[in-house]
Design a protein around this ligand. Structure first.
Ligand code: BYC
Ligand code: FE
Ligand code: FE
Length: 473
């Protein structure tokens, strides 16, 4: 069994016996979960070239080596403390940040940490069958890198629960291993984390859009008055950047390959499928799906939970320091609401609109990625463009759920929705086609599936054709 010495950490674990015992109790359960729910078929006989954080300084947080997946050293790291840090927003602004959990905010903080923690193992579960369909060893390695880091993010939240929430925290940490993505009785908490991801187009869209919700939520939690939470999430963000890199570059490589196939076929989108590629409309449908599911992850537009998180200093805005007003007592958000069958504008108390403020930041961050994908199309001289659907399109949470809108945000009838939804969202045909072109995994170094272009460079200065995953002799 992996012992506590093998938990790299900067929280002085050896001198905190109580915490050490608690984590030693949790660790074998985590490992059981990982073996059962982690990457299928790659646990026992494969060595993977992985980055492991062994400290938080520039030299230590990106240590590369070959490891077997269950032997990855999942560590606990907090970003360096900010000296004399004070609360940066809300009603308690200017007071010292908390080193312990105040009793009156215990339930809210536990809930935020549990919700955050729940997404991390969920994503590993969602992605567990992708290895046997991989487009290259380079991509396979990236998948596993994302998976082990989501595992480490779970460790981060389990650490907070064990350290600051006593018995309840221990119970919650166990429950994080007991819920399962897509399970009928014990599903994951947030809906996007119960959606299947069984092909690589879904995987890249998920890491592009859903991991980016991870970025916006972690940015807002890294403003938290609870200093250990702020420091934990701040360090998680360094790893999160790689997950979005995997999604964004994975997609731009698919788009690039599609452009090449379109050129070969004389520019007709449908021909791309005949050549085994992924056509642009299918890409747009998957984009529409994961973008709208990830918008849902930001919660309701009008939310008293969000107001209370902000007032109490539990959860701020992304880059809180860039705002002028950190208390926002009597300011309003000009919101698009849908009432009496039409879109109208309504002034909403800014504090209640904090989910929407974060969602706006998120949309801007996604749009920047969209612009980079469109550059690829432009460079190939094509006039097609990818776009983000309107915020109202295909929503399951919040004030637009229960109504139908087209991707441009126009309200439409049930009948029109039923008629058009397969043009806008992935169909069973799409999924079957994707599985058919991914049926054979590619394990030969330097070779890439026909539907995706090679990356610009390899991992950690190694060549693209390096054997990033190898079977044990
Ligand atoms: N699905 O006031 P409301 C990541 C619930 S991703 C299902 O609208 P609030 C990662 C809500 O819980 C980042 N239920 O929302 C990415 C509430 O339930 P109750 C994850 C939902 O409270 C990729 C009710 O609806 N981190 O790290 O402001 C790979 C009404 O609540 C959903 C976080 O989310 C939904 N989409 O919640 C790996 C940060 N949305 O009270 C990892 C922590 C809302 O009626 N969470 N509900 O039972 C939060 O900050 C907030 O809880 C939310 C919004 C952002 C989720
Ligand atoms: Fe994560
Ligand atoms: Fe992530």
């Amino acid at each position: 069994m992996i012992s506590s010495e093998r938990i790299p950490n900067n929280v002085d674990l050896t001198s905190n016996k109580r915490l050490q015992r608690a984590l030693e109790h949790w660790q074998p359960k985590y490992l059981d979960w990982w073996r059962e729910m982690g990457p299928e078929d790659f646990q026992d006989h494969h060595q993977v070239y992985l980055r492991t954080a062994i400290s938080v300084d520039a030299a230590g947080w990106a240590h590369f080596d070959f490891v077997k997946l269950p032997e990855y050293r999942w560590g606990i790291f907090l970003a360096e403390p900010v000296k004399d840090r004070v609360i940066g927003f809300g009603d308690l602004m200017g007071k010292p940040a908390w080193q312990e959990v105040p009793g009156e905010f215990r339930n809210q903080l536990r809930r935020l940490i549990v919700t955050q923690g729940d997404t991390e193992p969920a994503s590993v579960e969602q992605q567990r069958k992708l290895g046997s369909k991989c487009p290259s060893l380079y991509d396979l390695r990236n998948l596993f890198q994302v998976n082990v880091e989501e595992g480490r993010h779970l460790w981060s939240m389990a650490y907070l629960l064990h350290s600051y929430f006593g018995r309840d925290g221990r119970d919650e940490a166990e429950d994080l291993l007991a819920r399962t993505s897509g399970h009928a009785d014990k599903p994951r908490i947030l809906e996007a984390f119960n959606e299947p991801i069984d092909n690589w187009l879904d995987f890249f869209m998920f890491t592009m859009f859903t991991d980016r919700d991870g970025k916006s939520q972690l940015m807002s939690l890294s403003e938290s008055a609870l200093d250990p939470l702020a420091r934990t999430t701040r360090f998680m963000l360094t790893e999160e950047a790689h997950h979005m890199f995997v999604g964004e570059t994975g997609m731009s490589r698919i788009i690039e390959r599609t452009c090449q196939l379109m050129k070969e076929a004389g520019g007709v989108a449908e021909d791309v499928r005949r050549q085994g590629g992924i056509d642009l409309p299918m890409i747009q449908r998957h984009l529409n799906f994961w973008f709208s599911r990830s918008l849902d992850l930001h919660g309701s537009e009008i939310s008293s939970n969000a107001a209370s998180y902000f007032s109490n200093g539990l959860k701020g805005r992304a880059r809180e320091e860039t705002f002028q007003d950190h208390t926002v007592v009597d300011t309003y958000y000009d919101m698009e609401v849908f009432e009496e069958g039409r879109v109208q504008r309504q002034e909403v108390l800014m504090r209640k609109a904090m989910n929407e403020v974060l969602r706006d930041w998120y949309v801007g961050d996604c749009q920047a990625g969209m612009d980079r994908w469109n550059k690829v199309l432009e460079n190939y001289g094509l006039s097609d463009r990818m776009y983000l659907p309107d915020k109202k399109f295909s929503r399951g949470i919040g004030i637009y759920s229960g109504f139908h809108f087209d991707p441009q945000g126009q309200s439409i009838s049930n009948e029109e929705w039923e008629r058009k939804r397969h043009e806008w969202l992935p169909s069973t045909d799409d999924k079957n086609y994707l599985l058919s072109i991914m049926a054979e995994p590619i394990f030969e170094p330097g070779i890439f599936a026909n539907y995706i272009a090679p990356p610009r460079r390899g991992i950690n200065q190694l060549p693209i054709n390096h054997q990033y995953v190898r079977t044990e002799a």
